[in-house]
Design a protein around this ligand. Structure first.
Ligand code: ZN
Ligand code: ZN
Length: 307
């Protein structure tokens, strides 16, 4: 229990604290910077830039930060992890230690007081939604209370974590170099859309959607969130099987049904290129054993005898 733990020493240095502190103005800057497009307008080229940056950085957030770095749902060479984390940082998603620290806390204390971004605590309703969507990132909760030891042991990941702002600024500079203020505005807009897209996993996927699997939290499978986050919206499956590299899975009438999961397709692509291996996916027997609703007797799949 938390309250029985001895008092921890300060989890990171003052320099690291100031590095993390930059994250808050980054979020605000990207929101305000998006307004540039009202002044410059958007060409087809800059719209394409918005979409391209959104997709590539969303995949880095979901496929690398979440499913590889945090949950180790597959294995990949260090270079894939490092490059993926640089792209993740360029999304304004902070660095690998910061990201994993918060996400581990989310899973450990899901929808309880220590969960950094639950829409049920410290507030509910619209206030709870706003807290989980953005409020927690503009509060003292922004600063993790501990950093993951495995990430901290990797000097490359530690450097990316502390210099998380450099890839973001570099991508902003590249955007300006390519197309001036219009592309810089497109970069800000893409980053802001990405920011809110990622946050909907914390907010909407704990509020709205189906719960085909038994979990002791409010996680839900939400198709809209899955669409904008390339598969992360199948969040009830994720909380039921956190180590699964495939999240697009549900149950219908006692049968396992696979759902669109572009992040899983991306991981399969990496596998095809020899850059990912040992993809972890639950068996149909394990999935059925976690069904929230009783399995109909007409099911053609064998129900585990332990149920
Ligand atoms: Zn969750
Ligand atoms: Zn997770």
């Amino acid at each position: 229990m938390l309250e029985n733990r001895p008092a921890r020493k300060k989890p990171y240095s003052t320099l690291t604290f100031f590095s993390y502190l930059l994250g808050m103005p980054q979020i605000i800057l990207c929101h305000i910077g998006s307004l540039l497009v009202l002044q410059t307008g958007l060409s087809w080229g800059s719209v394409g830039w918005i979409v391209f940056l959104y997709l590539i950085r969303m995949l880095a957030t979901t496929g690398i930060y979440h499913r590889l770095l945090t949950h180790k749902s597959y294995q990949a060479p260090a270079i894939v992890l490092w490059l993926g984390c640089i792209v993740g940082a360029s999304a304004g998603q902070m660095g690998p230690s910061w990201w994993k620290a918060h996400h581990v806390n989310h899973h450990q204390y899901v929808d309880q007081a220590q969960d950094p971004h639950s829409p049920y605590t410290p507030a509910k309703g619209m206030k709870g939604f706003l807290w989980s969507q953005i409020g927690w990132l503009l509060s003292p909760r922004f600063f993790p209370d501990r950093l993951p030891a495995d990430v901290e042991r990797d000097v490359v990941l530690r450097v990316i974590d502390r210099l998380h702002f450099l890839p973001l600024f570099a991508l902003g500079g590249l955007s300006y170099y390519i197309g001036g203020l219009e592309y810089l505005g497109a970069f800000f807009l893409s980053t802001t859309l990405l920011f809110h897209g990622v946050q909907t996993v914390n907010s909407l996927s704990h509020l709205f959607g189906k719960r085909p699997f038994v979990t002791d939290d409010h996680s839900r499978n939400n198709g809209f969130v899955a669409l904008i986050t390339l598969g992360e919206g199948w969040h009830n499956l994720h909380h039921a099987f956190q180590a699964s590299s495939r999240q697009g899975i549900t149950l219908r009438q006692g049968k396992v049904v696979y759902l669109p999961d572009p992040t899983f397709w991306f991981i399969q692509l990496l596998q095809g290129l020899g850059l990912a291996s040992r993809l972890r996916v639950p068996t149909e027997r394990e999935l059925l054993a976690s069904a929230a609703a009783p399995i109909p007797p007409t099911s053609t799949l064998e129900v585990p005898s332990t149920r």
